[in-house]
Design a protein around this ligand. Structure first.
Ligand code: SF4
Length: 464
């Protein structure tokens, strides 16, 4: 696409999940051929995009609060182009213009690939554009990638066919559509060529990748990504428990680059609530999958999502959720209070849980999980972990350089270099002695680089 006359800058404010982070990266890359480069702050940018999330009411409120701040910017600099992308854009469409009349572009989840042409048109014609058309599936959106971070997100599928009772995703991101393996592999190779050492394959339910289109299975895709030269680590998210197969569990042992961590959202510990949520499994099925995972890949880290205060959740249901957490002893949990979402069937359920009660349950649940996470992290003190260095951390003027990386089990490690550890930087795999456990991360000192070619799975795994 022909560049605009003057070099311009953009700022993308991203709210929500990793899928949105990946979409923002793609929008950024797609704007480059137009002559746009990233601005460090929205106040100085010529184009500001809010990439929104509508999965919870709070995330949607945040989007409108950011848009409120952009009203002032637009008053002082009327030439600034303001765009709204993502799930709230898809859900609200034209209503965004009534609520925030200074917005120039509203671009839905299946129209992101048209963002550059909309920006170009608005820059020239000063018109307003709403593009929230939904088709049977999202067209492929794979712009040229610039050099970037060590860890990248690669979207392998979009949308969802599961229709959980609380969830907006099938309505705002459409039905499940998988990308072809050749396109995904091309993107992984591009990412590695431009500096990536780890990729996270993204989808709402990666376990059902390719089934509708006949693109092959997810384990087959993983095996092909595993053979990409120069790539050190593979992760994926999210896995729906009902579709987690033995074949996929075995990949954690068979594929040396696949990190021993799975995010397996359980959402509730009571069968009555799981059925109302339309999750398609029982607590017994879930616990059975966890136990098979741990038998297949001992030491695998398991994280999860939970919703408290789903309509109809009794004290006994909530107790069962706490009991499940104690049984599984997750490595980490993302827990949220239920909120009504447009289109999602649960908004019509009558027996809503009062907010104060949901809040109390959330605090109790998080306190329990914090204790478990800390105990699991503490068990790693004194062990040697293989860490992929991702970025430089905050370094005190007088102290040694600080870095941040992750273990194969996805634990964040704040690092300090031993003077004898040798040269390393973002993208290096290093051996780290864990010295301290904190609530949600670890602290360690780099003891050396792993021997060249040593397989990842040979590295120390989390002991807990
Ligand atoms: S599996 Fe359920 S919660 Fe996840 S995106 Fe699909 S509908 Fe939403």
């Amino acid at each position: 696409m022909k560049p605009l006359m003057q070099p311009k800058t953009f700022f993308i404010h991203t709210i929500g999940c990793q899928m949105n982070v990946a979409d923002s990266e793609q929008m950024a890359a797609a704007l480059a051929p137009l002559g746009y480069s990233a601005s460090p702050a929205f106040e100085s940018a010529d184009l500001v995009i809010v990439n929104t999330c509508s999965v919870r009411a709070k995330a949607e409120q945040k989007a409108f609060s950011i848009l409120g701040r952009l009203a002032d910017l637009k008053r002082s600099r009327p030439d600034v182009i303001v765009g709204v992308a993502g799930c709230v854009a898809q859900q609200e469409g034209n209503r965004i213009l009534s609520r925030a009349p200074y917005v120039d572009i509203v671009v839905g989840t299946q129209a992101l690939h048209r963002l550059p042409e909309h920006v170009r048109r608005v820059a020239v014609e000063r018109c307003r554009i709403v593009d929230v058309e939904m088709g049977p599936g999202a067209p492929d959106f794979r712009p040229h990638r610039a050099p970037g971070p060590v860890c990248r997100f690669i979207t392998i599928m979009r949308g969802c066919d599961n229709f959980c009772a609380y969830c907006v995703v099938p309505y705002v991101r459409g039905r499940e559509t998988s990308r072809a393996q050749a396109q995904i592999l091309h993107e992984v190779r591009d990412a590695v060529d431009s500096g990536a050492r780890e990729v996270t394959l993204l989808g709402q339910n990666v376990n059902s990748y390719g089934q509708k289109e006949g693109h092959g299975t997810f384990p087959e895709l993983l095996a092909r990504v595993n053979s990409v030269p120069g790539l050190l680590r593979i992760r994926f998210t999210t896995s729906h428990p009902k579709d987690l197969t033995t074949e996929l569990m075995e990949c954690f042992v068979r594929l040396e680059k696949l990190c021993p961590h799975i995010h397996l959202p359980v959402q509730a510990g009571s069968n009555r609530i799981l059925a109302r949520m339309n999750r398609g499994y029982t607590r017994e099925h879930y616990l059975d999958k966890v136990s098979k995972l741990r038998d297949t890949c001992p030491g695998i880290a398991i994280t999860s999502d939970l919703i408290v205060g789903f309509p109809g959740e009794s004290e006994a249901d909530f107790e069962q959720t706490l009991e499940l957490i104690q049984k599984v002893r997750f490595d980490g949990l993302f827990a949220f209070m239920y909120s009504d979402r447009p289109n999602a069937p649960a908004r019509r359920f009558a027996d809503k849980v009062p907010e104060a009660l949901s809040r109390r349950r959330l605090h109790a649940l998080l306190a329990l999980q914090d204790e478990i996470t800390f105990t699991r992290n503490s068990a790693l003190v004194g062990s040697i972990q293989e860490v992929l260095v991702e970025e430089s951390g905050r370094t005190k003027a007088s102290g040694p350089p600080q870095w941040v990386g992750r273990t194969p089990a996805n634990k964040i490690v704040h690092l300090q270099a031993d003077p004898d550890a040798g040269g390393f930087g973002a993208g290096s795999l290093v051996q780290v002695l864990i010295e301290k456990a904190m609530a949600h991360s670890l602290r360690g000192v780099i003891k050396g680089k792993p021997a060249a070619g040593r397989p990842l799975k040979g590295g120390a795994q989390d002991a807990a």
